[in-house]
Each structure stands twice: as C-alpha cells, then as structure tokens.
Design a protein around this ligand. Structure first.
Ligand code: SAH
Length: 212
C-alpha cells in the first residue's frame, strides 16, 4: 500500500518552517505542495520530511527543508520572474521555485543527477522548467538576463552571474571556503551592488566542469 505523506509534510511545514520564522505565505504554500518524498531516493523515503539534508547519489545532497524555504523566501518571487538555478541536484529546489515564478532555468554538472531531476520534475508535472547539463559557473547566456539567480552549492560567486542578472535582481548563494558557508544575497542596482548576509550553513562544493 502506498504510504500517505501529507501529515508528515504538514508537520514539517509547521515545525521546521513556520516555527523557525519562515513567513511568506507563497513559500509556505509551495513547500506544502511539493512532494519531497518523490525526490528522496527509496532508501530515504521515511526521512523525507525530517529536519535534515538527504543524500541524492554521487556524494550530493538536497538541503534540509528549512534552508530550501529560507533561500526561496530570500528571492522574494512574485510570479513573473525568470530564475536561474545553479545545482539542480534531484530537482527538489527547482520544483519549489517552479511554483513561484514564470520559468526556472537550472544547470547541473553531473549527468546522472541532471537525468534524475528531469525524471522527477516530469513526474511532478513541473513544465515551466528548463534543464541543462553543464558548468553553472558559466551561467546560461542564451536566456539572460535573469530576475534572480540561486546557487545551491557552496563556494564563491562567478563574475558571470552578476553580468547575467537583471537590474534589481537578487543573486543568492552559500558563500565561503570548505564546509563553512553563509547565505549572501546581492542585489544589482544601477550603479552598485547591495550585499546582505543571512544564515550560516553547509553545502556540497561548487565545482567547475561537467562529469558523467
Ligand atoms: N538544489 C538541489 C541541491 C543539490 S546539491 C536539490 O534540491 O536537490 C548541489 C548540486 O550542485 C550538486 O548536484 C552538484 O553536482 C551541483 N553543482 C556543483 N557545482 C556545480 C556547477 N559548477 N554547475 C552546476 N552544478 C553544480
């Protein structure tokens, strides 16, 4: 019999998101709708709504629900935006974003995860998503400028990202060396870039090149 995950998901939203300060009704609704257990591998089904990151293969992880919600909230999406995501992974964050903006363009450097995300997102009928297997450090020139850019691997920003960001758009990434990162949000304004820092966190590394 197929297990129903509605209750664990609602509990996750209340305890891990609302109780910890996520307030955007749109983000809360999106996190309530996306079936995280469809993105977690079968071995981790029962962990899908726990307060932790989950392995997705190839040594990579989906972030814990709070971090996914927090990063999404910081983008302040209204619905009309083109969003570039670097690090598709299994496609969970992509799915959440797809409910909140016009179109998501997402790049993954590991071929097998790129294919996994495609399968997961098709199953969830997230049709406003374009995926590419490539090196996200190059951005996605063809579809620039983006209204927001979100990076879901930890490291330092590529200069290309600010170039491919629209005026007043946000670039959000976990910045720092090794395993010690901090969420930084940069807003590109006419003659300057405004920078704000948020939560400490740990992400898998941002790496260059493409791999099978
Ligand atoms: N948002 C993802 C999290 C995946 S973990 C999810 O919800 O599942 C971060 C991902 O970034 C990994 O899959 C990793 O392979 C990818 N990554 C790291 N450096 C990259 C780069 N330069 N370009 C594209 N993807 C990259």
């Amino acid at each position: 019999m197929q297990q129903n995950y509605d209750r664990p998901r609602q509990r996750m939203v209340q305890e891990q998101l609302i109780n910890r300060g996520i307030t955007s009704p749109r983000v809360i609704a999106a996190m309530s709708r996306v079936h995280r257990h469809h993105f977690a591998g079968d071995a981790f089904l029962t962990h899908a709504y726990k307060d932790k990151s989950l392995p997705i293969g190839e040594g990579q992880t989906i972030s814990q629900p709070y971090i996914v919600a927090k990063m999404t909230e910081l983008l302040d999406l209204k619905g009309h935006e083109k969003v570039l995501e670097i690090g598709t992974g299994c496609g969970y964050q992509t799915a959440v974003l797809s409910l909140l903006c016009k179109r998501v363009y997402s790049i993954e450097r590991i071929e097998s995860l790129h294919s996994l995300a495609r399968k997961n997102l098709r199953k969830g009928r997230h049709s406003n998503v374009m995926l590419k297997c490539g090196d996200g450090l190059q951005g996605w020139e063809e579809y620039a400028a983006f209204d927001a850019i979100i990076v879901t691997a930890g490291g330092f920003a590529s200069d290309v990202w600010l170039e491919q960001l629209a005026d007043n758009g946000f670039l959000l990434l976990p910045e720092g060396e090794g395993k010690s990162h901090r969420l930084v949000r940069r807003q590109k304004q006419a003659s300057k870039v405004v920078e704000e820092y948020f939560d400490d966190c740990t992400f898998v590394p941002l790496l260059s090149g493409v791999t099978g």
